[in-house]
Design a binder for this molecule. Structure first.
Ligand code: HPA
Length: 292
């Protein structure tokens, strides 16, 4: 009986901590970071996915804060994710970059997964750039391809479930244009000039951490997905809730449509494949940022 009472108390306490205190937590994280960044305002927020941290090396006049030092930030446990928040100059603009993100499959609540996006909003970003490693379910995709995300299918819990944060946006946000058409057009023009070939498609987000079965990959293709991954959509939903224009790119790290007898999906291979394509993505992001 005592044990049961303890658990009820503990669950209620957790609910109160996560639901009622979120604005306070966002504010405390923001104040801490803003202080470390000497009050400088970033124009663009960037989330770097698995194996895509290379872009961070190109940031100049860097101020690096490990997530472990930031109040209320979770820690990155995923492979290929470093766990630093970096402020600096990229393409002539002030940026704040997440070198590694938080995933739902790591066991974090959705408001922890998306806290950094709300913090970036408070820091003053006008654009959010997101990236991820993804499995290609479109049969024309090859490992190493870059896919501009033009739309998504969310099969994770929605991060906006719970009391609405009216300070950030409306109860029922529009999702007609989750990815900014102007940014997509500009990126396509830049890629043509740089000789980078781009795919464009729909990203489907599942919870993970298992990779999909062949039947699931087939199902996702059937419902309109071109690529599948375990991230990004919670951040995009939270960004769109507060009207931040989003640009997103998936790096195709595995061809999820033909499975030979010895085929296996492996997290290390995903990071290696993402690393190889990171250079192309970095060039595209920097050129687009320099135009903003
Ligand atoms: N499925 C889910 N997530 C992924 C994949 C995949 O095939 N590849 C890289 N991230």
């Amino acid at each position: 009986m005592e044990k049961e009472r303890y658990w009820t108390w503990s669950i209620n306490y957790t609910k109160i901590y996560y639901k009622m205190d979120i604005l306070q937590r966002i504010k405390e994280s923001t104040d801490f970071i803003s202080n470390k960044f000497n009050g400088k305002r970033p124009l663009i927020g960037i989330v770097l996915g698995s194996g895509l941290g290379e872009l961070a090396e190109k940031i100049e006049e860097k101020i690096i804060i490990p997530y472990s030092e930031i109040p209320h930030f979770a820690t990155s446990t995923a492979i290929g994710h470093k766990g630093n928040l970096i402020f600096g100059r990229l393409g002539g603009k002030n940026v704040v970059a997440m070198q590694g993100r938080f995933h739902y499959y790591e066991g974090y609540a959705m408001d922890q997964v998306t806290l950094p996006i709300r913090v970036m909003k408070m820091l003053g970003i006008s654009y959010l750039f997101v990236s991820n490693a993804a499995g290609g379910v479109n049969v024309s995709f090859k490992v190493g391809d870059l896919m501009i995300i033009r739309d998504h299918i969310n099969l994770m819990p929605n991060p906006l479930i719970g009391k609405n944060l009216d300070e950030f946006g409306p109860r029922f946000p529009d999702m007609t244009r989750p990815y900014d058409l102007n940014l997509i057009n500009r990126a396509e023009n830049i890629a043509a000039k740089l000789g980078i070939s781009l795919k464009k498609g729909v990203y489907l987000a599942g919870t993970g951490p298992t990779y999909e079965t062949p039947a699931e990959y087939g199902y996702f293709r059937g419902i309109g997905a071109d690529a599948v991954g375990m991230s990004t959509v919670p951040e995009v939903i939270v960004a769109r809730h507060s009207s931040i224009p989003v640009f997103g790119v998936s790096v195709i790290t595995n061809e999820a449509f033909s499975f030979s007898d010895d085929y296996v999906n492996d997290g290390d291979d995903v990071v290696i494949a993402a690393n190889k394509a990171a250079d192309k993505m970095t060039k595209l992001f920097i050129s687009l940022i320099s135009e903003l």
